[in-house]
Design a protein. Sequence first.
Length: 128
Amino acid sequence: MAQRTTRPERVLVRYACWLAALTISLYLFSYLIDAYMRQSKVPDCRWYEVPNPDGAPYSARYCWLSKQDILLRLYDGAGHLVAERGYPYSNIPFFVWSSDKLIFDTYPEDAFIALPPSRLERLRAKLP
């Protein structure tokens, strides 16, 4: 026999579902705005190579999307895009290669791309 739920429990579940839907919608809206900005600005970007002193099997380039935003792209040895990140920053960027990551040294958190990039990172690089 199924257990009946009370009205307050049903209301709580309904609010939780609406909150989850709102959160997902806001995240999707933010992503779509970011994707539009990248797609509209990238064709006009002037790309700069990130020096790779160790000759690692990866290369990186960055460009300024606006006065405050940098787009960083990481490529594998064959030249395929494997990671892409945007960073808000307004000064000259400083990148550091280590054996297991590419670090964007002037950004406080989430300022590196692991080498090799994760599957999620590779998937995000393929999305617009």
